[in-house]
Ligand binder design. Structure first.
Ligand code: NAD
Ligand code: DAU
Length: 358
């Protein structure tokens, strides 16, 4: 049994879906269902006894203690977080609350549970913390990609809160010997990505005839990884990662933002041409830059490749085509997310209180 937190969000849900497609081991999925959590993403697991969903907060120690005692997982995979940089600039408090305080409380609950396990289960137990390349700060154009040796220089409230959580995880290893693993991944994209992030936002805005807002000069560089490849890396680290180690995860796909937007426009021009015959590029609009915008991220994933034999399955070309095709085929998922209608579905399905989408 695994305890997965944040498993109704973009990466967590992809992980749970992939896990249950490949393994008979059940998953308890603890998710607060913030604006980013969406049980409709997990609809295909309805009636699957291998998936136990619990709505709740990683910072609710009584709840987490009870779940650990009841389900006795052999590992915890922590995806739960506030994840959007722009939101962290406008309202950092939730980021500190979930990413820092929440991770601290989760670590304490897990430590209590793990300490009392019989020796063999104690030795086999793992706490895998899912983190980001943004903890390393920003690279200059000629700098080498981030390795696990780079120092932490987080620049946004989001990345600072994630860096704090990584430090807590590290300290729980050093001080209490908790068997932890940490992954620091680059930008993900793929199915079920909330349309506030660059790639899904550009796809849905293009199709809706809206402007495609490119921040600043559009020459900021991100390093893109298809979400299923991130999930396979996490599985590999969970299986074979060395205790206390951190592993960078990335697919060697550095691209300036404007190139990403142009690629999406070209794919849409091919797959769903505009009625007026013009290119979706016409909708590109350069807007005011994000405050403190990191210029470049790039991940050196050689440690993960060398030690654990991990390789991504998708190139950027194959992954972005799959992603655009997924959004074209899943208009209802997008419409429900945008309208907040998925809250009503959750209420009907689970009797949980509906919350307005932010
Ligand atoms: P997301 O915003 O799509 O999902 C986050 C999920 O966590 C949501 O389902 C939300 O309801 C849940 N959640 C939030 N606060 C919670 C709390 N207090 N208790 C329980 N659940 C809570 O995020 P994502 O993009 O899927 O990211 C998942 C993890 O991966 C995060 O830790 C993020 O920092 C990390 N990460 C993301 C990326 C990326 O490109 N998206 C890259 C590297 C690392
Ligand atoms: O690097 C990993 C991180 O990637 C994760 O830790 C975060 O959770 C995830 O949100 C992502 O952060 P970014 O800030 O890089 O992602 P976002 O999609 O918000 O933006 C990607 C780039 O595109 C960034 O340079 C800002 C730019 N951008 C974004 C949006 C939403 C635009 O130019 N226009 C936009 O409308």
């Amino acid at each position: 049994m695994l305890l997965v937190t944040g498993g109704a969000g973009f990466i967590g849900a992809n992980f749970v879906l992939d896990w249950l497609a490949q393994s008979a081991e059940a998953v308890v999925n603890l998710d607060k269902l913030t604006y980013a959590g969406n049980l409709q993403t997990l609809e295909s697991l309805s009636g699957n006894p291998g998936h136990v969903f619990v709505q709740g907060d990683i910072g609710d120690s009584a709840l987490v203690d009870r779940l650990l005692a009841e389900h006795r997982p052999r590992a915890v995979v922590n995806f739960a977080a506030e994840s959007h940089v722009d939101r962290s600039i406008h309202g950092p408090e939730d980021f500190v609350q979930t990413n820092v305080v929440g991770t601290f409380r989760l670590l304490e609950s897990v430590r209590g549970y793990w300490s009392a396990l019989p020796t063999d289960q104690k030795a086999a137990f793992r706490f895998l913390h899912v983190s980001t390349d943004e903890v390393y700060g920003s690279l200059g154009a000629a700098d080498p990609a981030f390795t696990e040796e780079n120092k932490f220089e987080p620049n946004s409230p989001y990345s600072a809160s994630k860096a704090a959580s990584d430090h807590l995880v590290r300290a729980w290893r050093h001080t209490y010997s908790l068997p932890v693993l940490t992954t620091n991944c680059s930008n993900n994209y793929g199915p079920f990505h909330f349309p506030e992030k660059l790639i899904p936002l550009m796809i849905v805005n293009a199709l809706a005839g809206k402007p495609l807002p490119v921040y600043g000069d559009g020459m900021q560089v991100r390093d893109w990884l298809y979400v299923k490849d991130h999930c396979s890396a996490i599985r590999r680290v969970l299986e074979s990662g060395r205790l206390g180690e951190t592993y960078n995860v990335g697919g060697w796909n550095e691209k300036p933002n404007i190139e990403i937007v142009n690629t999406i426009c070209a794919l849409l021009d091919e797959l769903r041409p505009r009625a007026d015959g013009k290119s979706y590029r016409e909708q590109i609009t350069f807007v005011t830059d994000r405050p403190g915008h990191d210029r470049r991220y790039a991940i050196d994933a050689r440690k993960l490749e060398r030690e654990l034999g991990w390789k991504p399955a998708e190139t950027f070309d194959t992954g972005i085509r799959k992603t655009v095709e997924w959004y074209l085929a899943n208009g209802e998922w997008v419409r429900n997310v945008q309208s907040g209608a998925y809250r009503e579905w959750v209420q009907k399905q689970y009797g949980a209180p509906a919350k307005a989408a932010a």
